[in-house]
Write a protein that binds this ligand. Structure first.
Ligand SMILES: [Zn+2]
Length: 152
């Protein structure tokens, strides 16, 4: 039943063939949650930038089963609460782009207090003053989120 594409970065990550900082914040048979990677050529990532993905290799929201959609929606809501409570996010963005990567990944992105208005929206991670961190900070943040999620 699980659709898997051996050339897909997200499928390979779910199979632990690729390691990302922080590892899986949560996973079950349907859903995988992890922190966004540090982009190539950069030392740090925007902290708290999370991805919620179906385990199945499907391109978009339209291809989800009801059960997958419910699981993803629930986790998006829980992560948003946890980002506010644990990481002091002022607001949480949720969006899907998927123009180039054909394995659905729902972006769940905190906006931190003080973010200037010109960075609000999908460019919030470009704010130079945003909290950023390397692998160690991402690991620590994922640990905090894992703990908080247990209590949700
Ligand atoms: Zn995939």
């Amino acid at each position: 039943m699980i659709q898997y594409d051996p050339d897909c970065f997200i499928c390979r990550k779910h199979r632990k063939e690729i390691h990302i900082p922080g590892g899986a914040i949560y996973e079950d048979d349907l859903v995988y949650i992890g922190h966004a990677q540090i982009r190539e050529g950069q030392a740090t990532a925007y902290l708290g930038y999370l991805m919620v993905e179906p385990k199945r290799h499907v391109p978009g929201v339209a291809e989800l089963t009801d059960v997958e959609a419910q699981a993803i929606g629930l986790m998006v809501a829980r992560l948003s609460k946890v980002l506010k409570a644990s990481e002091k996010a002022e607001h949480v963005y949720v969006f899907v782009l998927g123009d180039f990567v054909h394995h659905l990944h729902v972006h769940v992105v905190p906006r931190y207090p003080g973010a200037p208005r010109e960075y609000w929206g999908i460019h919030v991670d470009e704010w130079p003053g945003a909290p950023r961190g390397g692998a160690e900070e991402i690991d620590a943040l994922c640990m905090r989120l894992r703990e908080k999620l247990k209590n949700e």
